[in-house]
Design a protein around this ligand. Structure first.
Ligand code: TNX
Length: 503
């Protein structure tokens, strides 16, 4: 196969020069470098080709090493001629250099394998390149989450946000409030199918993520999206505030309405709230944040804040200020959905997560900007381009459509710094969320995530004005990921916008 649109790399690197031909990879290929990335590379080459390359000390065909002088944080250089060298600026850079090398590993017509020759220098545009997985609406076990980490870190994502609680379920063990998992984890949007992470499960996820240079951000959604808390502890929550929209939606989908203290299976949002004027609520938040902080090495705890539609504004603002301060007091940086920016005194340094449209509506832009005024920064998750749970086409069987229909091209063509009126330096980067109302299985998740996560990876990593950062180039490079995904067992939606390659 001839790659007419430069080399088959996603996200496209800062600088790429294609060489002539390829460097063969055979069982005689020797690899040196005593790092975790070396073992990961040898294993990945074997999964893809069946060839087990040999790790040696000293002279080798593929050499991996670290040199902080070579690039900015997370950057690397990769040179493939008669031999190959990856130099990472740090461990993460080395890992990303390996991911690039694996994309250059191609099978020839005659079934032999080789690395396309190239000179590459690379480093990320944004330090925040996030994915989210909603494990509350449907639960996904540790092995699924590990697969999610593997397949998204291969695209150079470096943060995993776990949405650990919502109206339909509570998914993480909290020793001081044991009924959360005893009573509120047993179900999901699908009645009778639930689950939760024990503390050991959670630590296993965090460790696996770290081995792929991903930071885990745990989210407990508050003060709304809390119906499940009331299944465990009814005195912590208010009576559901069921809107006309909730009623109409429940009727059209044939779903139940929420009843306080009873497990809820519908998709409606905005009806639940914890009790904002009860001190016991803050005892609860403090305990949960403390226990999460103890098992989360990453600097962030997400306290939610979206769609508290039945909560009076003044109560919501009071809660936002107190909850974010509790996170600060626990030694972590709070993250919140952009609505919490309505609180004048949201804790200083809180990071806002913007989920509005690329053309902001209502008060969304103002709320987002307030995080910056309070010394915080923003993560961009514009829902009409970056929401992985939206349908690809109106008749796609999985996904929702309230924010937009998002085909691959739409997912690709947006600019995170062009949405809000804040300095570019206030934009940490992006996060692309997968909400799980319609994804009952992990294969369903993958069909929505791939290939669109690759589009978001390029938005987050690649320089915005490089020649290849255009759809016509991207779609061809994206198509070349198909054999890699197949080798790794990643289920993806073979959208007809993309020329998928077979080798
Ligand atoms: C909105 S946008 C939500 C989630 C839903 C999602 C479905 C936001 C922060 N919250 O509760 O799962 O839409 O697309």
């Amino acid at each position: 196969m001839v790659f007419t649109h430069s080399l088959p790399l996603v996200p496209v690197p800062v600088s790429v020069t294609a060489g002539e031909g390829r460097m063969p990879v055979t069982t005689a290929t020797r690899v040196s470098g005593d790092t975790a990335a070396t073992t990961q590379m040898i294993d990945a080459i074997q999964r893809r080709t069946g060839i087990r390359t040999e790790r040696v000390d000293g002279d080798a065909d593929i050499t991996l090493r670290i040199d902080p002088a070579v690039a900015a944080a997370e950057g690397y250089t990769l040179s493939i001629g008669d031999s190959a060298t990856i130099i990472g600026a740090d461990e993460a850079g080395l890992f990303y250099g390996v991911q690039t090398l694996l994309q250059l590993l191609r099978e020839d017509e005659d079934g032999t394998w080789g690395l396309l020759r190239a000179e590459i220098a690379d480093a990320p545009r944004f330090s925040r390149r996030g994915v989210m997985l909603d494990v509350a609406r449907h639960f996904f076990g540790v092995d699924d989450v590990k697969r999610y980490i593997d397949s998204t870190s291969a695209l150079k994502f470096n943060h995993l946000h776990l949405h650990l609680s919502d109206d339909q379920g509570w998914r993480v063990q909290i020793d001081s409030w044991p009924l959360l998992t005893d009573r509120a984890s047993v179900s999901s949007v699908t009645p009778g199918e639930g689950g939760f992470y024990t503390k050991d499960d959670y630590r296993e996820i965090v460790e696996h993520a770290a081995s792929r240079h991903m930071i885990v951000i745990p989210e407990i959604d508050l003060p709304g999206h809390t119906h499940a808390i009331g299944v465990a502890y009814p005195d912590l929550v208010e009576e559901p505030v069921v809107s006309d929209d909730n009623r109409a939606q429940a009727e059209s989908l044939g779903q139940p309405l929420p009843v306080r203290g009873e497990i809820y299976h519908g998709w409606a949002v905005g009806h639940s709230s914890v009790r904002i004027h009860e001190e016991r609520t803050y005892d609860f938040v403090r305990d949960v944040v403390r226990e999460l902080a103890e098992m989360t090495p990453g600097p962030y705890i997400h306290v939610g804040g979206d769609e508290s539609l039945g909560t009076p504004q003044a109560d919501f603002d009071l809660f936002a200020a107190r909850a974010t301060q509790i996170v600060v007091d626990a030694g972590k940086i709070p993250v919140a959905w952009h609505e919490m920016g309505s609180a004048a005194d949201i804790a200083e340094g809180t990071v806002g997560q913007y989920w509005g449209n690329t053309t902001p509506r209502g008060t969304h832009a103002e709320e987002a900007a307030h995080f910056v005024e309070r010394g915080g920064a923003l993560i961009m998750s514009a829902s009409n381009v970056a929401y992985l749970d939206m349908k690809y086409t109106p008749d796609y069987p999985l996904g929702l459509d309230w924010a937009a229909i998002i085909d691959v091209q739409t997912a690709y063509q947006w600019e995170p710094t062009a949405v809000l009126d804040v300095p570019d330096s206030a934009i940490l980067g992006i996060e692309t969320p997968l909400w799980s109302e319609t994804t009952r299985t992990y294969a369903d998740v993958e069909k929505l995530v791939f290939p669109r996560a690759a589009a978001q990876a390029e938005v987050a990593w690649s320089p915005k004005d490089t020649a290849d950062r255009v759809w016509e180039s991207f779609r061809v490079r994206l198509g070349a990921l198909a054999p890699l995904w197949k080798a790794e067992g990643v289920t993806f939606h073979a959208s007809d916008e993309v020329p998928w390659s077979t080798r």
